[in-house]
Design a protein around this ligand. Structure first.
Ligand code: DGL
Length: 282
């Protein structure tokens, strides 16, 4: 079974890890659109186009399902993509329902990109949930995913400064839970918790995506709430710019989570970049 995982960059690796917990034997094709990242402050029309290009690439690679491991791409592109897709498309959206249900007395701080915060998809979701508009405070974090994506020597210090200046002031006394509405932020959940006083719950939508992927593929979900990660996984990486550097970084992040990659056939990088991508080797 082949599964395509798509994000602008390394954020989607956190979703890949969640999928690996539930479907450890699948072959994952990870596509990071580093040529156009970050997505968050671009126009929804551009993000839609790049998501469609990634989808075409996955189709030519013969995947059985595509996971949009990017809240921004899901907000901008999942609906039109699903209209013409022949395979399951699983999108990710902020785990607001879970936050409201698990923390019935608390206000919810939602951290996401500008596209996600200003999108119709979020507006509709908040409108559907009881007291959604009143209890959820969305905060657009422009530039945060970009800092996380660099993973350079002082990235975590810069994240801390960003959180202190932009996010800390939004933590009013009623806020008891933070929803990570951007997959990049899953790499900084400890920094978020620390900066906000160490006593706040932090939730993301990754396991929900993995479960939905299982449902759509007809794979039993099982009763385990947090299955362990496999030590080896079948993963092929492709980044639309700086592929070697980005792939090395991705391997390091996966290894830091205890997952090493079994060697897979190389993907056709050069052709994959063109508007008419060739199929990846099986
Ligand atoms: N990781 C993506 C998301 O979940 C996008 C971050 C970005 O490229 O701005 O929203």
């Amino acid at each position: 079974m082949r599964i395509g995982i798509f994000d602008s960059g390394i954020g989607g690796l956190s979703t890949l890890l969640a999928c690996l917990r539930r479907l450890p034997d699948a072959h994952y094709l990870f596509y990071g659109d580093s040529a156009h990242a970050p997505y968050g402050d671009k126009s929804p029309a551009q993000v839609r186009q790049w998501t469609e290009e990634a989808y075409a690439w996955f189709i030519s690679a013969g995947v059985d399902a595509v996971v949009l491991a990017c809240n921004t791409a899901t907000s901008a592109a999942v609906a039109p993509l699903r209209e013409r897709a022949d395979i399951p498309i699983i999108g990710i959206e902020p785990a607001i329902r879970k936050a409201l249900t698990d923390h019935p007395q608390s206000g919810v701080l939602l951290l996401a990109t500008s596209i996600t915060v200003n999108g119709e998809k979020l507006r509709n979701l908040l409108g559907r949930l009881e007291n959604g508009q009143e209890r959820v405070r969305p905060l657009a974090c422009s530039g945060l995913a970009e800092i996380i994506e660099t993973q350079d020597t002082d990235w975590s210090a810069r994240v801390r400064r960003y959180l202190q200046m932009r996010v800390q002031p939004a933590r009013t006394a009623d806020i008891g839970v933070v929803v990570l509405g951007c997959t990049h932020y899953c790499w900084i959940n400890n920094l978020i918790n620390d900066t906000l006083g160490g006593d706040i719950a932090v939730v993301d939508g990754n396991d929900g995506v993995a479960r939905q992927l299982c449902r759509r593929l007809g794979v039993p979900i099982g009763t385990d709430t947090a299955p362990s990660l496999p030590r080896h996984a079948r993963i092929s990486l492709y980044f639309t710019a700086d592929n070697d550097v980005k792939s090395r970084l991705a391997r390091q992040l996966l290894a830091a989570s205890g997952v090493s990659m079994d060697r897979q056939p190389d993907l056709p990088h050069a052709r994959a970049c063109s508007s008419n991508p060739g199929p990846a080797g099986r």
